[in-house]
Ligand binder design. Structure first.
Ligand code: PBG
Length: 329
């Protein structure tokens, strides 16, 4: 055959494939979401997310030391609170689980980027991300509580706060609260385009935080919309978001890609619990290669345009990358 172009020529060996590779993943771009629980020396298995744990504060510090040694860029903390009430008041307790974990992690590993989730659902008896008044998930009153929560995390030493609640105007109010208390260097990683997704199921199992009534569709986005995501992202940037996030990742790669083309702030993507557990479950059945599926998934999210990825595979992928870069096997 007389062919001018033979694309296969650039695929003949691993070094050549490496030279023409367009996307790389580094452990530095990975953020590990972690769950903090009461007690000492505890690592409780999370049934809905095999391989993931709820850590007591001392154990989370140990785990963070390993993550840092592997080159993982950051951790994102969620509290597993047993003290749930209508107002979610445990969320901003300066002696709360997340606040204590932040203090301990930052004192042991000052450089690790410690991020905290800001939303009320792990702390409310009804399981919603905001306050519920007469059956409505109210916006402005919720934002006030979120500001207190974010401030308590900043006081503990968090590098970034990550509002995941989807209330309107919360990024601007959190920015003002942080600045007026001198925390102008604390960043905001905004869950800007967060969809009302079925892929959060295993996470809600981990925190026993599923909403008791109704769903989250009055605040989280309709999976059908992409223009609305761009509007949400631009509002958050106007209000001072340092990084904007798209969540989930795999079913919204088009949203990541659009956001990457349009906006000039770093983009984060959340490879959520359902995306993790699907791969784990299928690999446990022998239907899929866990490691290859993990890397292909993370690569697709980077290729779409995400700078950083929150993923339950962070530790495993970092270990894999470390081994991979040592050889061409
Ligand atoms: C809630 C929150 C959720 C996740 C992160 N923050 C669940 C929800 O919105 O119901 C999901 C994370 C995951 O599925 O891995 N503020």
């Amino acid at each position: 055959m007389d062919l001018v172009s033979r694309p296969r020529r650039l695929r003949v060996s691993a070094p050549i494939r490496g030279l023409v590779r367009e996307t790389e993943i580094s452990p530095r771009q990975l953020i590990y979401p972690m769950f903090v629980t009461e007690g000492k020396s505890k690592r409780e298995k999370i049934v809905s997310m095999p391989g993931q744990f709820r850590f007591s504060v001392d154990e989370i510090v140990r785990e963070c030391e390993e993550l840092y040694a592997l080159g993982v860029g950051g951790v994102n903390l969620f509290g597993f609170s047993k003290e749930k009430n209508k107002s979610g008041s445990k969320s901003y307790d300066s002696n709360g689980l997340v606040q204590k974990a932040v203090i301990e992690i930052k004192s042991a590993i000052p450089d690790l980027c410690v991020q905290t989730d800001v939303a009320l659902d792990p702390y409310t008896s009804h399981g919603h991300d905001g306050l519920v008044i007469e059956n409505e998930i109210v916006n402005d009153e919720s934002v006030q509580v979120l500001c207190k929560m974010a401030l308590s995390h900043a006081e503990a030493g968090a590098d970034w706060v990550a509002p995941s609640d989807m209330m309107d105007g919360r990024v601007g109010e959190i920015r003002k609260t942080l600045d007026s208390n001198g925390f102008y260097n604390v960043g905001i990683l905004a869950y800007s385009a967060k969809y009302a997704s079925s892929f959060y199921g295993p996470f809600r199992g981990a925190l026993e935080s599923a909403p008791k009534n109704g769903d989250k569709k009055t605040y989280q986005m309709d999976p059908a919309n992409v223009r609305e995501a761009l509007r949400e992202i631009s509002l958050d940037i106007e209000q001072g978001a340092d990084i904007v996030m798209v969540k989930p990742a795999l079913t919204y790669l088009d949203v990541i890609s659009r956001a990457y083309q349009i906006f000039d702030v770093p983009i984060a993507a959340y490879n959520v619990s359902g995306e993790y557990s699907m791969v784990v479950a299928a690999s446990q059945k022998g239907w899929i290669d866990r490691e290859k599926a993990m890397m292909e998934m993370l690569l697709s999210i980077r290729r779409a345009g995400a700078n950083m990825i929150l993923t339950y595979f962070a530790k495993e992928a970092a270990a894999f990358l470390r081994a991979e870069y040592g050889s061409y096997s």
